[in-house]
Design a protein around this ligand. Structure first.
Ligand code: G3H
Ligand code: 13P
Ligand code: ZN
Length: 316
């Protein structure tokens, strides 16, 4: 099977009360870890590539790695998605590069401007049979190429359900990333984690059947945080989204759940552990291998949190 777009996946996810995991890829080991988990668990998959990933690995390497994943797993539907496209030009480039789904993130722009930019991307993407994710409201946290608001301020930038209806209607986007209290990165909350599930509910009520996307969904798993801190790292205040909140969100209308930080932390934890326990080791396979395995088991666990294990056939 060739790469697919997310239409069938989201229809099945909405109906079945599960979400598809959207995992960020930057190199071969990360991709292999993710793909081997979904292959064993028979889950649909969205592999997403940020602008930072394009810069780091180059599109031709990433595309070649993903092509192998697709060829080796004919029963698994796989989407290649642009994560946080910032301009029409970036999105156009990715459509032209063969992405089957693109995100235009104009969420920092005023409402009307966000509609205008998203609409332009949707027009181009749809003409090439590519689907479009947009974003309304603002998340917290700052990644390499993704700007956000201060983590303490996220509750002031949640998605307005009334605006969401107008936005979807006027922009023509196929799915919508909403701000519901999450942030990007490993420091999502300053104290008690709190998700605005009522915002998801309110948007879903006003846009029945329409797929919503949750960004900033890493949980900052204790297992990896503890290993990182034990073996020379310094992330004591890292805090993520509780997994039970994610499981509740996917029963509402959240059909895509974005995870990057948990991948980064799994890889980093295992590499730190090998370096600390085997200081004489210098063969990259001896630390990247355990890192890849940690990613695989972490992703396998997430597929159950999202209830998308065993759902590949439903999404075809
Ligand atoms: O939301 C952002 C993703 O985690 C990608 O981050 O821009 O550092 O690749 P990046
Ligand atoms: P995390 O930083 O929580 O993994 O979020 C990733 C994300 O939203 C990518 O778009
Ligand atoms: Zn994101």
């Amino acid at each position: 099977m060739a790469l697919v777009d997310s239409r069938n996946m989201f229809a099945a996810a909405y109906k079945g009360g599960f979400a598809v995991g959207a995992f960020n890829v930057n190199n071969m080991e990360i991709t292999q870890g993710i793909v081997s988990a979904v292959a064993e668990e028979k889950a649909p998959l969205i592999l997403q590539i940020s602008r930072g990933a394009r810069k780091y690995a180059s599109m031709s390497y990433l595309r070649a790695i993903i092509d192998v994943a697709v060829a080796e797993n004919p029963d698994i539907p796989i989407v290649m998605h642009l994560d946080h496209g910032d301009t029409f030009e970036t999105c156009k480039q990715c459509v032209d590069d063969g992405f089957t789904s693109v995100m235009i993130d104009a969420s920092k722009e005023p409402f009307e401007k966000n509609i205008e930019i998203t609409g332009k991307v949707a027009e181009y993407a749809h003409a090439h049979n590519v689907v479009v994710e947009a974003e309304l409201g603002q998340l917290g946290g700052i990644e390499e190429d993704v700007a956000g608001v201060d983590v303490g301020e996220v509750s002031k930038h949640l998605t307005d359900p009334e605006q969401a209806v107008e936005f979807v209607k006027k922009s023509g986007c196929d799915s919508l990333a909403i701000a519901c209290g999450t942030s990007h990165g490993a420091y999502k909350f300053k104290s008690e984690p709190k998700l605005a599930l009522d915002v998801i509910e309110a948007v879903a009520e006003k846009l029945p059947g329409f797929p919503l996307v949750m960004h900033g969904s890493s949980s900052v798993l204790a297992e990896f945080k503890d290993l990182i801190n034990k073996y020379g790292g310094n992330m004591p205040d890292a805090m993520g989204v509780p997994e039970e909140a994610i499981s509740r969100a996917v029963k509402l209308a959240v059909c895509k759940v974005n995870i990057d930080t948990d991948l980064r932390m799994a890889l980093t934890a295992k590499i730190r552990q090998v370096f600390a326990e085997s200081p004489k080791e210098f063969d990259p396979r001896k630390y990247l291998g355990p890192g890849r395995e940690a990613i695989k088991e972490m992703v396998r666990h997430k597929l159950h949190v999202l209830d998308c294990a065993g759902r590949a056939a439903e999404c075809l």
